[in-house]
Design a protein around this ligand. Structure first.
Ligand code: SF4
Length: 312
């Protein structure tokens, strides 16, 4: 570690103690941020972890909808995030007013449906939903939707297609996608498979079908860790999700070798939104107490839906 890095890491540790803060970080954050966190996880485990935080402040290293969820589930806490503009292309693809108009159109057409919303969405969209799911609990939640109701699944069409395949339920799919998972190159994946013929491919369900169908395992990030951990013999894994997940896999199950599946336009598939959170911004937000995620009117209804979906 360079002297500059050591200095800033020490500063963050000092400020975290001074502010009585708990640092929660998503698996898609840079390894140096994950290393400093009190808890790393996927969206579901981070949402649950937020409810258990005992300190007065949560510093959330992830994107905006995740920090919003932490605030909604533990409202008495001060929730800071290093960069309030760390957004998500998937959440942006489903604006609440557009969803409300679409739901109204379906109702006017006599359709009876439940809206099942991926957690990668704004609180305003969650407030319009019956259920919120993550890649970790989506199949269980879908079983809870009575058969006589159709399912409107928003906003990720790839995850929705995958859930249709594994649950057998037909869904009305919103046309959204994640800019990171959308651009994996199937040609480069097949070339990697030829180079490493014994390798196993693990893909996130946000990936398009042409990547999933060439994968030995499809699952969210926590499920990926469990899958590789079950394989005793050192193995090559081709990993089709955000590239920082490799840090977590190498950290938790170091006996294997992990290779990122490249994208069409970028060799590493890092999320630019997650990348807005840096060590410098983390230090500054702890030092100044800003930016802070503050309570919004739509959080009340979103809280009901989140609690029913993720905590019960
Ligand atoms: S990886 Fe995709 S879904 Fe996750 S935060 Fe980035 S843009 Fe959103």
């Amino acid at each position: 570690m360079t002297a500059v890095l050591t200095d800033i890491v020490d500063e963050i540790k000092h400020l975290k103690a001074r502010e009585n803060a708990t640092l929660l970080a998503h698996y898609y954050q840079d390894g140096e941020i994950q290393e400093l966190a009190d808890f790393n996880g996927d969206s579901l485990s981070l949402a649950r972890a937020a409810t258990q935080v005992k300190t007065g402040t949560i510093v959330f290293c992830g994107v905006h909808f995740m920090a919003e969820t932490a605030k909604i589930l533990n409202p008495s806490k001060r929730v800071l995030m290093p960069d309030l503009d760390a957004g998500c292309s998937l959440a942006d693809s489903c604006p609440a007013p557009k969803l409300a108009r679409y739901q109204e159109m379906l109702r006017l057409n006599g359709r009876k449906f439940h809206t099942v919303t991926y957690i990668n969405s704004t609180a305003a969209v969650k407030a319009l939903s019956d259920w919120v799911v993550t890649s970790g609990n989506a199949q269980d939640i879908i079983k809870r939707v009575p058969e006589e109701y159709e399912i409107l699944f928003v906003p990720d069409r790839h995850l929705g297609q995958y859930l249709q395949e594994v649950t057998g339920r037909t869904m009305i799919l919103w046309n959204g996608s994640c800019m990171v998972h959308e651009i994996f190159s199937v040609g480069d994946l097949l070339a990697l498979k030829r180079k490493l013929p014994r390798a196993l491919t693990i893909a996130h369900p946000e990936c398009p079908a042409n990547i999933r169908e060439h994968s030995e395992f499809v699952g969210g990030t926590e499920a990926m860790v469990r899958y590789v951990d079950k394989i005793a013999e050192p193995t090559d894994f081709l990993v089709a999700t955000e590239a920082n997940m490799l840090w977590q896999l190498e950290h938790k199950v170091p006996r294997h070798r992990y290779h990122p599946v490249p994208g069409i336009t970028c060799a590493c598939n890092k999320c630019p939104h997650m990348g807005r959170n840096t060590l410098e911004k983390l230090r500054d937000c702890l030092a100044t107490g800003r930016p802070e995620v503050v309570w919004q009117p739509e959080f009340d209804r979103a809280k009901e839906v989140l609690q029913r979906s993720l905590l019960r």
